[in-house]
Design a protein around this ligand. Structure first.
Ligand SMILES: [Zn+2]
Ligand SMILES: [Zn+2]
Length: 252
């Protein structure tokens, strides 16, 4: 299984990266996991959008799903289209949220929803398969309905935190993972709001408590110092840890 970073800037696009988005592929299956601002452009450097087999959305904040509208336009209106209907796995309000983001008026939403583009599945219904990738999830601690995601293929495991504050569900989901792709949004300090996001220290604690084999730090906002967050994580977790970059490829 391979992970390709499309964007990793926390909370919105930054000067050196789009917002959150990742490709995950095996020999037979390619899915995109989150598709935040700017990531649809990066995606096209790596594959033809018609070659996607599925979409997975951790939650419905714009920095994780804003470019779904671009994917809809491409698959509906590109001269080579329309593409086949894509399975989309996400929170319970994905269908409504993505339709409102795409269509600027209520009249337009009556005339067309997005079910010609997506076949919606909700995480609350339990584990599912996307091609030859087994997908499971766990609710995490964020101001909206949000999930951590676990992807397994041929005995290898990638866990993605999505956006979350510290929570047991994420540690349990990440148990023994080969790679934990984990958000770290701010440095550790007593005045940080509870929940919402992780500090570098807390991301390192999750990796240690879950016993993961490798930690990839992501979702660093333009106003945070990634090296500082990484140093915090390394003080808690003694396995391999690094900051991800756009277009980086990791073999899992
Ligand atoms: Zn975010
Ligand atoms: Zn969020």
């Amino acid at each position: 299984m391979e992970l390709i970073v499309l964007g990793c800037s926390g909370s919105g696009a930054g000067p050196t990266s789009p917002a959150s988005g990742y490709l995950v592929r095996t020999g037979a299956t390619t899915l995109v996991m989150d598709l935040g601002n700017g990531t649809f452009g990066t995606l096209q450097r790596h594959l033809d959008p018609f070659d996607l087999d599925g979409v997975v959305l951790s939650h419905l904040h714009p920095d994780h799903c804003a470019d779904v509208s671009g994917l809809v336009v491409h698959r509906r209106y590109h001269p080579d289209g329309p593409g086949k209907v894509l399975p989309l796995h996400g929170p319970s309000e994905s269908e409504v949220r993505l339709a409102v983001a795409y269509a600027p008026s209520s009249d337009e939403r009556v005339a067309t929803d997005l079910t010609d583009v997506f076949d919606y599945h909700v995480f609350a219904d339990g584990p599912a398969d996307v091609g030859d990738i087994a997908l499971s999830s766990a609710p995490v601690d964020h101001p909206c309905e949000a999930y951590g995601v676990r992807l397994e293929h041929q005995g290898r495991t990638l866990v993605y935190s999505g956006d979350t504050g510290p929570c047991r569900t994420l540690v349990e989901l990440a148990e023994g993972a080969d790679v934990l792709l984990c958000e770290a949004t701010w440095t550790d300090a007593p005045d940080r709001p509870p929940g919402v996001h992780l500090s570098g220290t807390q991301a390192g604690q999750v990796a240690r408590e879950a016993g993961v084999k490798r930690l990839l730090i992501t979702h660093v906002p333009a106003w945070s110092d990634g090296e500082e967050l990484l140093a915090e994580a390394r003080a808690q977790y003694d396995g391999p840890a690094e900051l991800v970059r756009p277009d980086a490829l990791y073999t899992i």
